[in-house]
Design a protein around this ligand. Structure first.
Ligand code: SF4
Length: 79
């Protein structure tokens, strides 16, 4: 088995950390405002009621989400 160069290992680990840190920071910021049930088409995928849900168009699709991604969406959930 080939020996691992500790310096090369450290260099690659630090590079991986740098990349993942940026991704994690961006995901963390997005999760502060955008509801996790809102898909990329601004449709609601939740299986519970929410004040931000509006009738789907067309009727057979998922409900529309009118949340503005600025409010704390958790208060709108009907449990
Ligand atoms: S309607 Fe409510 S639960 Fe659904 S995506 Fe919008 S904020 Fe989230």
């Amino acid at each position: 088995m080939e020996k691992i160069d500790p310096n090369e290992f450290r260099k690659r680990r630090d590079e991986l950390y740098r990349i993942l840190e940026g991704i994690a920071r961006h995901a963390d910021q997005q999760s502060q405002g955008r509801c996790p049930y809102k898909n990329r088409y601004n449709q609601c995928t939740a299986s519970f009621g929410c004040r931000n849900q509006r009738k789907p168009t067309p009727p057979e699709s998922k409900p529309r989400c009118v949340g503005d991604d600025k409010l704390n969406y958790r208060g709108a959930w009907v449990v």
